[in-house]
Design a protein around this ligand. Structure first.
Ligand SMILES: [Zn+2]
Ligand SMILES: [Zn+2]
Length: 89
């Protein structure tokens, strides 16, 4: 009887690490922040022209900064301040 009980318990056990791994796979660990409006990977703002969540015009994951599609006017400041960043999209 003891052996059966143990088998049932172990089959029901789901390690919490499994859920943490699933969550961290969907988004980067350190969110990049828009230098214009301050939105980030977890809190996208709404693009006023497209009426949908913004996307990155440029983003540099190493420094954790970017310019989102709601702030195209910040691209010039970005180029001056973060010349090493690559353009995406
Ligand atoms: Zn922005
Ligand atoms: Zn944004």
């Amino acid at each position: 009887m003891t052996q059966i009980t143990t088998a049932l318990n172990s089959s029901l056990y789901i390690p919490s690490e499994t859920f943490i791994t699933l969550l961290s796979n969907s988004l980067p660990e350190t969110p990049a922040v828009c230098i214009g409006c301050g939105c980030d990977d977890y809190h996208a703002c709404i693009d006023l022209e497209l009426h949908r969540p913004c996307h990155w015009l440029v983003v540099d994951r190493k420094i954790g900064k970017g310019v989102c599609s709601s702030c195209p006017e910040e691209l010039e400041r970005w180029r001056e301040s973060y010349k090493s960043a690559r353009t995406i999209g």
